[in-house]
Design a protein around this ligand. Structure first.
Ligand code: GLU
Length: 621
């Protein structure tokens, strides 16, 4: 799924970036790299800072749209490409993953195997490019740029002045290439590998591009701005680990200690830092310190890490935030209106249902909290409704644990109803073992209704009620059953039976309220239109009525237009009393009208009190 880019203006984060910009724009230490002649042309005053979030927000200050060459910041990405195109095992046989403690361009190879220490130094990066060249000799520049497009979310290009400048003067890198050839780390002519290496280093990026690429790494390799999976999560984890231990040249140890954020810098002045799961940070300022890292970039990251607690080793602990709410079935009923008979059956058993709303990421910590909550459930609980509407992610790594937890509930004889699992924005739901004991519902209300139906089918041991479909029959059990028989006979004569197909609109919002409905059969929903803040309208069910129940009474009594639609959700029939007949009755049979009004008042009173109990309980939990 793609998130919309949201350019953020005046807020505290933007202010923070502006403060950092002003604090460090006067820091004029260091020197612009000039060993590649073209790089010496950079303007030392250029300074940009960008932060991008997995939610698609971008904060930026300064020269964030100015292009410069990516240089060494291409290394983690090319290593990821090599891992993807070849295999982890093969690449491990060519390149180690140990910090070198040497300069970026050191000829730092294992004395015996000739393997470069890691892919973040030139030797390792050239070795990685060589593997790609060897395996895919026809691999074109277009393919390289396709890959970087996935990472940055826009088409990048190569700065040919820088490429040529480095190709002409990069004798040391050429020497490294040939040395790698000598050790058979590169198994063919090293020149194409060097050419690819010079090209990848000369890709032109902006600080903003680097922030998007950093956020792609922060989101397990999925670019949140395009939705594309540029790198697999498994490879992303490895790349980030190497950025953590080797990303800042031979300042890497001090960096991890002081800043604690996986990062990679390049000699053109870029720094890209990744806070996994949370942020991508990029800075651009061409003056470098003696290690080859951007002076201002290091200062900004150091300050961000300390000032607002971004170090990986300073993560805030979360105490039991996964369980949003957990309560028993008696605290929440479905919106299907129940007959007195059904209520008599349901009420003593409602607490055999437990409703748990979970939220956030169902990672190891989240599942541990869920497991602890489930362990507390009373033995009486036989139906569990798990509402997943607020779960933001269910990582594959932990989905197996979740599956096992749910299966163990099933084994104890608990039926599991999942509600709102499909509406999750970023969730890759695990392959749920949907058995006859696990069912998924689109709405919490439908799960609640299903739980009630399960209880009814378990406990409805009385003889089934006779289906009395004649209103005047003295055994009629529905809403009018409480009226004296002779009154019901009078009413029955004045009510007409109307048939509905499933989907028929019985009442439309705005219609005059001049009819009273008594359900003979079928099912009828009050559908309420809700408009959320962003102007999107959807409809939700306010209540459902089945046989024996009455609806439409409020508009009927108050003589007000209808406030909602009522739709038949199952074909059926209603007895309908029209206002003209009701008015005529109040002259001819005032006692009948009084007993009807009494019954309606009691009915509305019950509905009102149940509704206010539900509302109060909802506030409480
Ligand atoms: N192309 C540069 C080199 O190989 C990249 C160095 C870097 O950014 O660290 O010298």
């Amino acid at each position: 799924m793609t998130v919309q880019v949201h350019q953020c203006s005046a807020n505290v984060i933007q202010e923070l970036l502006e403060e950092l910009y002003h604090a460090y724009s006067g820091l004029n230490e260091g020197r612009v790299a000039d060993y590649i002649p073209e790089l010496a042309k950079a303007c030392p005053d250029d300074f940009g800072i960008v932060i991008a979030t997995p939610g698609g927000r971008i904060y930026e200050v300064g020269a964030t749209r100015k292009e410069f060459t990516i240089q060494s910041i291409s290394k983690p990405f090319i290593y990821a490409l090599a891992l993807k195109l070849l295999s982890l095992e093969f690449i491990a046989s060519k390149i180690d993953v140990e910090p070198s403690g040497d300069a970026f361009n050191a000829i730092s190879l294992d004395p015996e195997s000739g393997k470069p220490r890691n892919p973040m130094i030139n030797a390792g990066a050239i070795a990685a490019s060589a593997q790609i060249c060897d395996a895919f000799p026809g691999n074109s520049e277009e393919q390289l740029l396709d890959y970087f497009e996935q990472l940055a979310g826009r088409r990048l290009s190569i700065n040919f002045d820088v490429y040529r400048s480095e190709k002409e003067t990069g004798h040391r890198n050429r020497a490294i290439g040939h040395l790698l050839r000598n050790f058979n780390i590169i198994e063919s002519d090293p020149e194409p590998a060097l050419d690819l290496y010079f090209r990848q280093c000369a890709i032109s990026v902006t600080c903003r591009d680097l922030a998007v690429m950093a956020t792609t790494l922060a989101c397990q390799g999925r670019n949140p701005f395009t939705g594309g999976q540029a790198i697999s999560p498994e490879i992303t984890v490895r790349v980030l680990a190497l950025m953590g231990t080797c990303g800042m040249y031979d300042f890497a140890g001090q960096w991890l200690h002081d800043v604690g954020i996986p990062a990679k810098s390049g000699v053109a002045g870029g720094v890209m830092a990744v806070i996994p799961g949370r942020l991508g940070i990029a800075t651009y300022s061409p003056s470098l310190d003696s290690f080859g890292n951007s002076v201002r970039g290091v200062a900004v990251c150091r300050q961000l890490s300390r000032g607002v607690g971004l170090s990986l080793f300073n993560q805030y602990y979360q105490v039991d935030a996964t369980i949003r709410r957990s309560y028993l079935g008696s605290q929440r009923t479905s919106r299907r209106w129940r007959s007195d008979r059904e209520l008599r059956i349901l009420d003593p058993h409602r607490d055999e249902v437990q409703i748990i709303h979970v939220q956030g990421v169902l990672d190891f910590g989240g599942i541990e909290q869920m497991a602890a909550e489930l362990a507390k459930l009373s033995d009486k609980v036989r139906i569990l409704i798990l509402d997943l509407a607020h779960v933001t992610e269910c990582p594959v790594e932990s989905s197996g644990l979740l599956d096992r937890q749910l299966c163990s509930m099933e084994d104890k004889g608990v039926d599991i109803l999942l509600s709102r699992a499909g509406r999750l924005p970023m969730v890759s739901m695990p392959d749920w073992r949907i058995t006859e004991r696990v069912e998924a519902y689109e709405h919490l209300d439908s799960a609640l209704e299903a739980a009630e139906e399960m209880l009814l089918s378990l406990y409805d041991t009385e003889a089934p009620p006779a289906t009395v479909t004649v209103l005047a029959d003295p055994r009629y059990p529905g809403f009018l059953g409480q009226l004296p028989d002779e009154h019901r006979v009078v009413l029955a004569e004045r009510m007409s039976l109307r048939l509905f197909e499933s989907g028929d609109v019985v009442i439309r919002g705005g219609d005059p309220g001049d009819e009273l409905f008594l359900v003979q059969s079928g099912s009828f929903d009050i559908a309420l239109k809700i408009s959320s803040g962003d102007g999107v309208h959807h409809s939700t069910r306010l209540a459902t009525f089945g046989a024996g129940l009455c609806f439409g009474e409020i508009g009927f009594i108050a003589q007000n237009p209808r406030t909602a639609d009522i739709v038949a959700t199952e074909a059926g029939a209603c007895w309908v009393l029209h206002r003209d007949d009701f008015d005529a009755l109040s002259h001819s049979h005032p006692q009948v009208v009084i007993s009807l009004l009494k019954a309606l008042t009691c009915d509305m009173g019950t509905k009102l009190s149940q509704t206010s109990v539900q509302l109060t309980l909802m506030e409480h939990y």
